[in-house]
Design a protein around this ligand. Structure first.
Ligand code: BDR
Ligand code: CA
Length: 307
């Protein structure tokens, strides 16, 4: 069992990522932490608790983290995820409370006590992870890898240059990419290869007890993608970062130096990926460049069916 901690801002694809991770037989989910992103922190925390309550995983500690980015006001994405952050299906109220410790303290305690290094899977803005590294540099060697959803080689979805998670807190992203830790980046260039079209949504509907909820989440997600981006196969961004941990063979990566632009008005939040190594600088990231789409969806169906 691989020990992991998910850091999330649910969010439709975050919810699917949580369910996928919980259904995977070989992940030991030590905690779920929440961050402000798609919607404010109170809602992302409630949504994480609702999803875990729904699928019967109230044993997983949930802790709330940062309510705003390190240096900027929060920018949210209700246009994509609705007012609640999980608009679409009826999801009951949570039946458990968040841990009293905040996200950073909870993660730090777990890292300290774990018998082996832990993999972090952050799929929202990187505020909590940057704060953890600032406050507990001594725990860096307790982190096996960071498999993150964020950034992009190329296209942006929030500005022409920037992907949402990095756009929301570019300073945090910069600190994480510069941390020297092993990082796998699942950016838009690969998550857009995981678009859930009508055929995939149909199949998901019968994937286990919660397939109906997943399908309804994705119907809503598809409708906002259609309205905002003009296509109706919403990418399962965050589940790709989970898949990269479960089955690294599904994601072809290339070592690159990744730097985060924090200043330019035009390109703030861009992950500048040195694809050809033209800077001669040491790569700091394994950047996902190709996803085995069929393998990814099979893994998703299998994991959800196990819930
Ligand atoms: C990322 O932004 C959020 O809206 C999604 O949950 C995903 O983590 C995609 O850019
Ligand atoms: Ca997310």
């Amino acid at each position: 069992m691989k020990p992991v901690i998910l850091d999330v801002d649910p969010g439709h694809d975050d919810a699917v990522a949580l369910m996928m991770a919980c259904g995977a037989p070989d992940l030991d989910i030590l905690a779920v932490t929440t961050v402000a992103g798609n919607v404010p922190l109170e809602k992302t925390t409630r949504n994480a608790l609702r999803i875990l309550s729904l699928i019967g995983r109230t044993d997983v500690p949930v802790a709330a983290g940062a309510a705003s980015p390190l240096e900027r006001p929060l920018y949210t994405a209700e246009s994509i995820h609705g007012e609640s952050g999980l608009d679409g299906p009826e999801i009951p109220d949570p039946i458990f409370e968040p841990d009293e410790r905040g996200a950073v303290d909870l993660i730090a305690g777990i890292l300290r006590e774990s018998s082996e290094p832990v993999t972090l899977i952050p799929v929202g803005p990187l505020t909590n992870i940057a704060m953890l590294l600032r406050e507990h540099p001594e725990l860096k060697n307790r982190i096996a890898r960071i498999s993150l959803m964020g950034g992009s080689v190329g296209l942006g979805n929030t500005t022409p240059a920037a992907e949402f998670n990095v756009y929301v807190d570019p300073e945090a992203a910069r600190e994480v990419f510069d941390s020297g830790l092993p990082i796998t980046m699942c950016g838009l260039n690969v998550t857009h290869q995981a678009g859930a079209g009508p055929a995939e949504r149909d199949r998901l509907r019968s994937a286990g007890r919660f397939g109906g909820v997943v399908a309804e989440l994705l119907e809503f997600f598809a409708s906002t993608y259609q309205r905002v981006f003009g296509f109706d196969a919403p990418p399962l961004h965050d589940p790709v970062a989970v898949a990269a941990v479960l089955r690294p063979d599904l994601l072809t990566t290339r070592p690159m130096r990744v730097d985060v632009e924090c200043d330019s008005e035009l390109t703030c939040g861009e992950t500048v990926c040195d694809f050809y190594g033209v800077t001669g600088r040491q790569p700091n990231t394994r950047v996902g460049v190709e996803l085995d789409r069929d393998g990814f969806f099979e893994l998703l169906y299998e994991s959800l069916a196990r819930l």
